[in-house]
Design a protein around this ligand. Structure first.
Ligand code: GDP
Length: 310
């Protein structure tokens, strides 16, 4: 089974790790959000790509949920001393990732090529494919003004209410050809349990990418990032509410209606299955909370199992 998974940095990445445990390397393509990318200290930082590289490479700091396990922050302290922005913390080894990526890109590599080279060095078999090589940057309209995504998410700890989302650069951006091809070649397209607005939204906003999903003959399934009316991490539930959606698995299913054949809800939301099915998709009730590596693999297996053509 060739799987193409759409993912952001946390929920989608955990499910990617599940698929990576149960599929041979090349059968998994992860199409990653780059709307969160930023330029910091002159370096290209790609938080969701790095979450995937570090998770699939077995390097992520699982306690913090970002950066590398055991990393130190000496360079960060020195940058702070120089008066450089210090609200986005980068560990020393993490910094090496951004230096290396930026170096490859200044030498002419696309983000896709730089990511592939780094994934290969880290021994990752799955293809990690940025949704686009062009700069599409998420900005959020909030009560505190229009903010760059990381300004909102990290500096302001996602406290401001989100009233709208803009994707700067979208008009001229092209989807990554590798991502489009991976979707076309997939037997199973999975929308991971990531924030539908700011993680999956910027991926599906790329017209060629959305068209590839719509044209795909694969089974298309989404996994709910909302469990029992709440996000397990981050502001997805609040963001859904302030943007006029329901902050429930059903609310997310409505956002994907017409795009997916199946929708996976958590056991805790079994009572919503009938309403999800009424949207014209199969509702699959499964344990979706991934606490351990085994949970991730089990969910990946279960998603493949329910999606198997009859
Ligand atoms: P970000 O880029 O770090 O914001 O990450 P994502 O958009 O990928 O992840 C945020 C979403 O992942 C939130 O809505 C969480 O509820 C969801 N999430 C995190 N862990 C899990 C999990 O184990 N299971 C499910 N179903 N959702 C999860």
């Amino acid at each position: 089974v060739r799987v193409a998974l759409l993912a952001g940095g946390t929920g989608g990445t955990k499910l990617a790790h599940g698929f990576a445990q149960v599929l041979p390397g090349d059968d998994l393509a992860v199409i990653v959000n780059v709307g969160d990318d930023l330029e910091l200290h002159g370096l290209h930082v790609s938080p969701d790509v790095d979450a995937l590289l570090y998770t699939l490479g077995g390097l992520i700091d699982t306690e913090r949920g970002w950066g590398l396990r055991g990393d130190t922050f000496t360079a960060h302290a020195m940058l702070e001393r120089y008066g450089a922005p210090s609200w986005f913390r980068l560990g020393d080894a993490d910094l090496a990732t951004h230096i290396h990526r930026t170096h490859l890109m200044r030498a002419g590599a696309t983000l896709t090529e730089a990511t592939a080279a780094m994934a290969s060095t880290l021994g990752i078999g799955a293809r990690v494919l940025p949704a686009t090589d062009d700069p599409v940057r998420t900005r959020v309209e909030t009560d505190a003004g229009v903010l760059d995504f990381q300004d909102y998410f990290v500096r302001l700890r996602h406290e401001p209410e989100v009233r709208g989302v803009q994707l700067a650069g979208l008009e001229t951006a092209r989807a990554s050809a590798s991502a489009v091809e991976a979707i076309a070649a997939a037997d199973l397209v999975v929308i991971g349990p990531s924030n539908p607005v700011v993680s999956i939204g910027p991926i599906l906003a790329l017209p060629e990418l959305r068209a590839a999903v719509e044209a795909s003959s694969a089974v298309r399934v989404a996994v709910s990032p909302i469990v029992a009316g709440a996000a397990l991490k981050g502001p997805a539930d609040r963001m859904l509410r302030s943007l006029g959606h329901e902050a429930t698995a059903l609310g997310v299913a409505k956002m994907y209606a017409g795009l997916v054949h199946r929708f996976v809800l958590d056991d805790a939301d079994a009572d919503l299955a009938r309403d999800v099915a009424a949207l014209g998709m199969e509702a699959d009730v499964l344990p979706t909370v991934m606490r351990t590596e085994a949970d991730r693999a089990a969910l990946a297996r279960a998603v493949m199992e329910v999606s198997r053509p009859a």
